[in-house]
Design a protein around this ligand. Structure first.
Ligand SMILES: CC(C)(COP(=O)(O)OP(=O)(O)OC[C@H]1O[C@@H](n2cnc3c(N)ncnc32)[C@H](O)[C@@H]1OP(=O)(O)O)[C@@H](O)C(=O)NCCC(=O)NCCS
Length: 265
C-alpha cells in the first residue's frame, strides 16, 4: 500500500540567484509558470525565430499562443544562459523521433535538454552528454484514470494504483504516469517503447532509481528516474541515461529576465 505521497511546497525550489554553470555529472531542472505578464511575453516572443513565431500563431486560442511562446522562449533563454549565445540565435533541431535538441557546436560540452508542459507549468531539464527526459502533469488532466492505468501501467503499477485510497488515487496515478513519460521522453523513441513494458518505482524517491527496459536502436541500458515535487496539484519526474546524477532544481522568476544569468559550460 502506498502511503507516503508528499506535497512539497513550491518554495522548496530555490529561485535563481547565481550565475548559471552546469558541471558535467549534474542535472538542472527549471520550473516556470506558463502564465507570464505581457512584458515578459514580449521579450520571449522576440527570441523566437520567424518559423517558431508562425507555428505559435497557428494556435486558435490566445492562451495556447501565450503558453507556446513561453515554453519555447524560456527554453531559448535558458540555453542562452548556458552557452552564452543570444537567445534568438540558439540553433535548435530535432532527433529522429522529433525529440528537440541543441544543434552541435554551440556549447563547449554537448548540452542536452528536455521540455514538458502541463496546466500552467513548464519544466525544462538540462544535462551534459547524456539523454534526459522530463515530465510534468497537472492533476486536472485526465478523467479516465482507470482506463489509462489499465492500458499503460504494468500489472504491479496497476495493482498499486487500484489498491490506493480513493483520496490518493490521483496522486498515485500521476506519480506513475509522470515517471513513465519521463522515461519515454529520455529514450526519445515515443511509443516504440510501450509504457507497460517497464516498471517505475512505487514510492517517490529523491534518489535516482534504476529502470529496466529495452530501447530499440539504442546501446544505452542504464536509465535512472527520480521524483520532482514541482508544486501542489502537479506531479513530475526526471529520467537520465547512464548514471544516477544529482539534480538541482530552480525556478524561473521575473528576476531571471530582468538580470539574465551568464553561464560557463
Ligand atoms: C513526446 C511525448 C512523450 C510528449 O508527451 P506529453 O506528455 O504529451 O507532453 P509534454 O509536455 O510532456 O512534452 C512535450 C514536449 O516533449 C518534447 N518532445 C517532442 N518529441 C519528443 C520525443 N520524441 N522525445 C522526447 N521529447 C519529445 C517537445 O519539447 C515537446 O514540447 P513542444 O511540443 O512544446 O516542443 C509524446 O508525444 C509521446 O510520444 N508519447 C508517447 C507515450 C504516449 O502515449 N503519451 C501519451 C501522452 S497523453
Amino acid at each position: 500500500m502506498v502511503t507516503a505521497w508528499r506535497t512539497v511546497p513550491e518554495s522548496s525550489w530555490p529561485d535563481y540567484t547565481e550565475p548559471l554553470r552546469l558541471p558535467d555529472g549534474e542535472v538542472h531542472v527549471w520550473l516556470a509558470s506558463l502564465d507570464q505578464p505581457d512584458s515578459v511575453l514580449g521579450i520571449l516572443r522576440q527570441s523566437l525565430t520567424a518559423t517558431e513565431q508562425a507555428r505559435v500563431d497557428r494556435y486558435v486560442r490566445a492562451v495556447s499562443r501565450q503558453q507556446a511562446t513561453v515554453s519555447r522562449g524560456v527554453l531559448r533563454h535558458l540555453l542562452s544562459a548556458y552557452t552564452g549565445i543570444p537567445a534568438g540565435q540558439v540553433r535548435l533541431g530535432e532527433g529522429p523521433h522529433q525529440k528537440p535538441l541543441l544543434c552541435d557546436g554551440q556549447a563547449a560540452v554537448p548540452l542536452m535538454f528536455n521540455v514538458s508542459h502541463s496546466g500552467a507549468r513548464l519544466l525544462i531539464a538540462v544535462i551534459c552528454h547524456r539523454e534526459i527526459g522530463v515530465d510534468i502533469e497537472s492533476f486536472s488532466r485526465f478523467t479516465d484514470m482507470a482506463g489509462v492505468a489499465k492500458r499503460s501501467f504494468s500489472r504491479r503499477e496497476f495493482a498499486i494504483w487500484a489498491a490506493a485510497d480513493p483520496a490518493d488515487q490521483a496522486a498515485v496515478f500521476f506519480h506513475f504516469w509522470s515517471h513513465k513519460e519521463s522515461v519515454i521522453k529520455a529514450c526519445g523513441r515515443g511509443l516504440l517503447v510501450p509504457l507497460d513494458s517497464f516498471e517505475t518505482p512505487a514510492e517517490p524517491s529523491d534518489h535516482p532509481t534504476p529502470v529496466y527496459l529495452s530501447v530499440p536502436d539504442s546501446d544505452e541500458t542504464n536509465w535512472f528516474v527520480r521524483v520532482l515535487d514541482p508544486c501542489p496539484g502537479y506531479a513530475a519526474a526526471v529520467c537520465m541515461a547512464g548514471a544516477a546524477l544529482p539534480v538541482t532544481m530552480y525556478q524561473v522568476t521575473a528576476s531571471f529576465f530582468e538580470r539574465p544569468p551568464r553561464a560557463f559550460v
